[in-house]
Design a protein around this ligand. Sequence first.
Ligand code: PLP
Length: 359
Amino acid sequence: MRAYNFSAGPAALPLEVLQQAADEMLDWQGSGMSVMEMSHRGREYTSIHEAALGDLRELLAIPSSHRVLLMQGGGLAENAIVPLNLLGARRRADYVVTGSWSGKSQKEALRYCDAHVAVSTAAGGFVRVPSLDEWQLSPDAAYVHVCTNETVNGVEFAEVPALGDVPLVADISSHMLSRPLDIARYGALYGGAQKNVGIAGLTVVIVREDLLDRALAICPSAFEWKTVAQNNSMYNTPPTYAIYIAGLVCQWLKRQGGLAEIERRNIAKARLLYETIDRSAFYANPVQPDARSRMNVPFTLADESRNAAFLDGARERGLTQLKGHKSVGGMRASIYNAMPMAGVEALVDYMTAFEREQA
Ligand SMILES: *Cc1c(COP(=O)(O)O)cnc(C)c1O
């Protein structure tokens, strides 16, 4: 009855998580109320909040140098919140533009500083990750910003370079919790939860503690990382239900074997889909093999006039939300943690059958 949902976000959740949320909807663990109805200062919600924070730390192996903040506003708000918190006395920040999301980050930052494009891969159509020797870094940059998984273009950094003293800031919205990350390399990381961590309304920020004293005076208090950190992400009412769901997703991930195991599955799922695309003359993905995203797989049909028929046939088979982003066209299959291998197998079976029909 449930579809295989390939949405880029808000995206599919693990069935077990939805079932547990349903079971606990009216009465959370004998409290007599739904999580939605709890005071965020109460004993019950506090235990949910602490467990979610603890499980995020454990799964991502976050070192004690870094704080985890549970915020609101999504990835887009962070595009402003990052410069507001990190510029300090500096006027410049460097942006690595590898797709539409990092392009948006750079444009938003222009409201607050000289947001310098250190490198852009727009000319080639956002199909690669530029090597460090192409990055034109500024000596006076407050930070360097990257988007390590470009959700629209399907470009993912295999790893980020070590930059030395300048803080590296990463938008990890669409691959957070899909693989282990070396958090110590980063000054700050952020992402909306609705791709791979849970539901819309929660933004997870991970920030190195020594960077918490650089906020500009005009930064709204509720968006000042230091204030949020000092109040254990309860300066204002946190998105309690979204935090509860993120906590259930973390518990589910731990039951699966943690991020090393989920990464192994994500590699296998992505490999099957890219192999199907590459083997065929009918489907194409333009991204360089070493920069291909394991999470978001855009692909086009050789005969674009067949796009609507492809989507209709997919929907009939319970394969939904495959339409590509308008800026890239074609299709996009987002295969986050919650997409099982069986869903990717159903997709490639359908793709193979559809191609055969065209012959
Ligand atoms: C979805 C997404 C965003 C925007 O997130 P919102 O929660 O809608 O603000 C930003 N960056 C990346 C990489 C995304 O995938």
